[in-house]
Design a protein around this ligand. Structure first.
Ligand SMILES: *[C@@H]1O[C@H](CO)[C@@H](O)[C@H](O)[C@H]1NC(C)=O
Ligand SMILES: *[C@@H]1O[C@H](CO)[C@@H](O)[C@H](O)[C@H]1NC(C)=O
Ligand SMILES: *[C@@H]1O[C@H](CO)[C@@H](O)[C@H](O)[C@H]1NC(C)=O
Ligand SMILES: *[C@@H]1O[C@H](CO)[C@@H](O)[C@H](O)[C@H]1NC(C)=O
Ligand SMILES: *[C@@H]1O[C@H](CO)[C@@H](O)[C@H](O)[C@H]1NC(C)=O
Length: 193
């Protein structure tokens, strides 16, 4: 018979795997596909024909994090149709954020480590996100623009109370709290039996 602790770990990892992130801006290649997010470009392997204009200077990307503590990085490909991780190079150093919910992160390509980008160039931006259960990926196909401002209708805000949360907190998205509580209850009963 499997030990209750094993069952607990198995169930907890199943819960944690459900926590992901959703890229909001620039809009991703396709609708968020939870099961495919551990794969290149969330499983969307063909470049989108409807690209988003993205500024060379003063840009940002925004996402929703379902993890309370996470690291993220931005990679970029100048290939017309990037199909592997090798086609992407790191734009910035990975950074860590504490907090769940909406986040808006500055992305100034002109002052980044990715040189040679030009006005009118088609590139693919891939956001790499890690909340403690493996890396997740979403891509956006964009056209770079000089002297261009992202529309003020695009939301750029951070979740309130997002900074300086204690580290090591368990996943607390609304869907996983009841799941963890249920697991705990089952395991307690198993241990008491
Ligand atoms: C591109 O078009 C598809 C299909 O209409 C849509 O689902 C997707 O959100 C669009 N992507 C962008 C970046 O506008
Ligand atoms: C960039 O992509 C757009 C839309 O897919 C396309 O119409 C345009 O020709 C491309 N530009 C270049 C320089 O490849
Ligand atoms: C570029 O790379 C250097 C060295 O790795 C790093 O210190 C710097 O923060 C990077 N720049 C950006 C914008 O991430
Ligand atoms: C972008 O916004 C800045 C600050 O509001 C403004 O000075 C600039 O003229 C705008 N650029 C364009 C191309 O609209
Ligand atoms: C949101 O938080 C991130 C990470 O701490 C920070 O880099 C960014 O500037 C913040 N964005 C806004 C709009 O405050």
């Amino acid at each position: 018979m499997r030990s209750p602790v094993f069952v607990l770990l198995a169930l907890l990892s199943a819960v944690v795997v459900n926590a992901h992130f959703q890229l909001a801006f620039p809009p991703p290649r396709g609708v968020f596909d939870e099961d495919n997010e551990p794969h290149l470009c969330d499983g969307y392997t063909s470049v989108a024909s409807n690209r988003t204009d993205f500024p060379l200077s003063g840009g940002f990307f925004s996402l929703n994090s379902e993890h309370p503590q996470w690291t993220a990085g931005v990679t970029l490909s100048t290939k017309a149709n990037p199909t592997s991780f090798d086609d992407f190079s790191l734009v910035n150093t990975f950074f860590q954020v504490n907090g769940e919910g909406a986040f808006c992160i500055p992305l100034d390509l002109k002052s980044s480590n990715f040189t040679g980008l030009q006005d009118g160039q088609n590139v693919t931006i891939e956001i790499v996100f890690s909340g403690g259960d493996g890396q997740l990926y979403q891509c956006a196909d964009v056209t770079l623009r000089n002297n261009f401002n992202i529309s003020s209708s695009v939301s750029c805000t951070n979740a309130t109370g997002s900074s300086n949360k204690p580290s090591g907190a368990i996943v607390r998205s609304s869907s996983s709290v009841p799941a963890i509580a249920a697991v705990m209850a089952v395991v307690s009963m198993a241990l008491l039996a």
